[in-house]
Design a protein around this ligand. Structure first.
Ligand code: MG
Length: 249
């Protein structure tokens, strides 16, 4: 397998898919509140994506049972929405993807429920900042390791850890294409970035150790030490100039 280069037309379709992902996440973000069950967010995601005329990409993927991943507090990624009730102070990662005209978009964000601790706010800011810093490095002519190293440095210099057992990924007609995009690495290493590559960068950041464990449902990934985590993701395209965020409004 190799990294698939997309045509301008294919990137244009991915831009449409990406905007749909961002639109649904924006609605979800506005609806998160203490007292709701996480499955209510899944219902909203299903309704909104249908309105837009796209398909949710996670549902049925390796038999994942929901439209959306909702991961709370020490849950890092792949949380299945359900009966869990959100409480003031919780930290919630929402990860959503669509398929539109055969192409995928994938993005995630983390928000607090009501008032959250200063520590939690700083963790969320670090994860979001790491994504931005990584994106800024994702230019034609750079190496993938430049992106990975930048994310790692951004996170670790703030005293947090990057999850190592899960990574970002190439994206296109498939949700997961080459290359794997670790959130740690060495500058100057890895594949050369070229115009037309589409990448899903997704730093997963923990307050404590980077090690993870799989939950009882065999889906949700949690921090092994129970520490808080945050997760942001964008699908981007490598261009001749600045990287383009495809999962933007
Ligand atoms: Mg992803």
């Amino acid at each position: 397998m190799s990294i698939i280069i997309k045509s301008d037309q294919e990137i244009a379709t991915m831009r449409q898919a990406g905007r749909m992902v961002a639109t649904v996440l924006e609605v979800l973000k506005s609806q998160v509140r203490a007292g709701m069950k996480t499955e209510e967010l899944d219902v909203i995601a299903a309704r909104e994506v249908k309105k837009l005329g796209a398909k949710p990409s996670f549902k049925g993927y390796h038999r994942f049972p929901a439209n959306l991943c909702v991961s709370v507090n020490d849950e890092i990624v792949h949380g299945i929405p359900g009966k869990r009730v959100l409480h003031e102070g919780d930290v919630v990662s929402l990860d959503f993807g669509v398929i539109f005209k055969g192409f995928q978009g994938d993005a995630a964000l983390t928000i607090g429920v009501g008032n959250i601790s200063q520590e939690a706010k700083q963790l969320i800011e670090a994860a979001e900042g790491a994504l931005k810093a990584g994106i800024a490095m994702a230019r034609a002519g750079a190496r993938l390791g430049d992106v990975s190293a930048e994310i790692q440095h951004y996170v670790e210099s703030r005293g947090y850890s990057v999850v190592r057992e899960y990574t970002g990924h190439g994206i296109g007609r498939e949700m997961h294409e080459e290359p794997l995009i670790p959130n740690f690495g060495l500058p100057g290493q890895g594949p050369l970035l070229k115009k037309g590559m589409a990448l899903a960068l997704e730093p997963m950041v923990t307050m404590g150790d980077w090690r993870t464990r799989l939950g009882d449902d065999n889906w949700v990934v949690l921090t092994k030490d129970g520490s808080l985590s945050a997760h942001f993701e964008n699908t981007i395209a490598i261009t001749d100039a600045e990287p383009e965020i495809l999962t933007a409004l």
